[in-house]
Ligand binder design. Structure first.
Ligand SMILES: *Cc1c(COP(=O)(O)O)cnc(C)c1O
Ligand code: SF4
Length: 335
């Protein structure tokens, strides 16, 4: 009975919300889907981390079966290695707590304020710098408080919707927020930082596009892809729909050992993105967040990768290599 109700209720949700709900959460199921040997699971996987496994099925379908080193799998599989201590890896690596203004607002940089729209994400990326962030302490449920803060500071010209993933909320909630922001005269731009067009392209519906384009604010979207294998047909179509709607698209990636820390992967990623009119923005050095030490790439190695990319790519296809330094007024370029 309960199961039936659940199924009826789910089938009334839009497809993308069903896909969001039906994400794989069990490492054993993931191993079975990928035809990986169970003894490998026992030896390497952390079965019950607090920041648990979460990956959409359409993303799993893009992984290579039988390959434990698959670059997409690496990004989502909780490893026992996450429990090892690494010096200088902390729970608040980028100083989010100090930049918090309450009501889900982070105000670090001049002219821009970031709203943590939700704690929810479609996928749990193991290197996420907000994996320990206390979303209950600073959430965006009070629209009036958000409005008051931005309204009273006319140096703010751009609002960044972030999270969690801001596109994991319903269209109605998104519309409510965007409509409210549009009433603040000194705001010019709306920027959305989202991984959903990459990991759950079903999210890019006509309704979403309408919500993002029927506003007086100029809309920019910064997507987050780390590897060309993430960009299958469904993703490229979603990106093209966004671009066709006049939304300016950028990509930010994180440089990750075992995922994309080689020239070939980086070249392919940025060429493939640009085919969908996504312009490279940042390549982030890993934020030193507890649990992600095994992904780290040294600054020296990162620089030689960027140099190698410069030799192969048009200038505009080379992202800016940056490191986020807590307390600094911009993302620090690494030369
Ligand atoms: C990264 C970030 C921004 C945006 O910085 P840009 O360099 O403009 O992309 C804004 N606010 C916060 C809190 C950030 O972490
Ligand atoms: S989608 Fe972004 S916020 Fe969510 S887990 Fe991944 S990196 Fe973190």
């Amino acid at each position: 009975m309960i199961t039936e109700n659940l199924i009826t209720w789910q089938s009334r949700l839009p497809t993308w919300q069903q896909a969001l709900q039906n994400a794989v959460r069990d490492p054993q199921e993931l191993f079975a889907l990928l035809e990986l040997p169970p003894d490998l699971l026992q030896d390497t996987v952390w079965e019950n981390p607090r920041f648990h496994l979460r990956v959409p099925r359409s993303y799993v379908a893009r992984m290579q079966k039988g390959d434990i080193h698959d670059p997409l799998l690496r990004q989502v599989l909780p490893l026992q290695a996450e429990q090892l201590p690494f010096a200088n890896f902390t729970t608040d690596p980028v100083g989010d707590n100090a930049a918090s203004k309450g009501a889900g607002l982070l105000h670090k940089y001049q002219g821009r304020v970031l709203i943590i729209v939700t704690a929810a994400c479609a996928i749990h990326c193991r290197y996420c710098f907000r994996q320990h962030y206390d979303y209950r302490e600073n959430n965006s449920s009070e629209l009036q408080a958000i409005y008051n803060y931005i309204q009273s500071d006319n140096s703010i010209h751009e609002v960044i919707l972030s999270g969690g993933d801001p596109l994991s909320v319903k269209d109605s909630r998104l519309m409510e927020l965007i409509n409210l922001l549009a009433t603040i005269p000194h705001l010019q731009r709306l920027r959305i930082h989202s991984r959903l067009p990459i990991v759950l392209p079903e999210r890019v519906t006509p309704e979403l596009i309408a919500a993002l384009t029927q506003t007086r604010l100029q809309t920019i979207m910064v997507v987050h892809a780390n590897h060309a294998a993430e960009l299958d047909n469904s993703v490229t179509q979603a990106l093209r729909k966004l671009a066709d709607a006049g939304i300016t698209l950028f990509n930010q990636a994180v440089l990750l050992r075992g995922v994309n820390a080689d020239v070939e992967s980086l070249v392919q990623l940025h060429e493939r993105l640009f085919e969908q009119r996504v312009v490279p923005y940042y390549l982030h050095l890993l934020d030193k967040v507890q649990g992600a030490g095994h992904f780290e790439v040294s600054e020296t190695e990162a620089l030689s990768l960027i140099e190698a990319m410069r030799e192969r790519l048009s200038g505009y296809l080379v992202p800016r290599l940056v490191r986020e330094v807590a307390g600094l007024g911009y993302k620090l370029p690494v030369f």
